[in-house]
Design a protein around this ligand. Structure first.
Ligand SMILES: [Zn+2]
Length: 109
């Protein structure tokens, strides 16, 4: 399984598609298809059928749809959207901003 540079809770900017320029937090990473779910990005409307047993009202729900990781860039706290490099801190591999060399924390919990 390929490991992705983007991780859950990262801040990313969309660089392609109709949501280009939008920023959001990564809600979910789907390594199998190299896709990510980004908060408030690629919102799709979904019809929801009422289900009184689960107390769900019918209507239209809005939901994020996954987008490919190649369509997003990680946002560096210093310089904005950036490419990611890697370096070793001791024996730990960390992600760094290619522009300013800042370590980009892994906020995944
Ligand atoms: Zn930077």
């Amino acid at each position: 399984m390929p490991s992705l540079n983007i991780q859950r809770n990262d801040r990313v900017q969309v660089i392609a598609g109709s949501d280009r320029g939008k920023q959001g937090r990564v809600l979910r990473v789907i390594p199998e298809s190299s896709k990510v779910l980004v908060e408030h990005v690629r919102i799709v409307k979904k019809n929801v059928r009422p289900n009184p047993q689960k107390n769900i009202k019918g209507g239209i729900a809005e939901q994020e749809a996954p987008i490919h990781v190649s369509n997003v860039m990680l946002v560096c706290p210093n310089c904005g959207p950036t490419r990611i490099g890697h370096k070793f801190e001791g024996d730990k591999k960390v992600r760094v901003c290619r522009k300013c060399d800042q370590t980009i924390e892994n906020k995944k919990k």
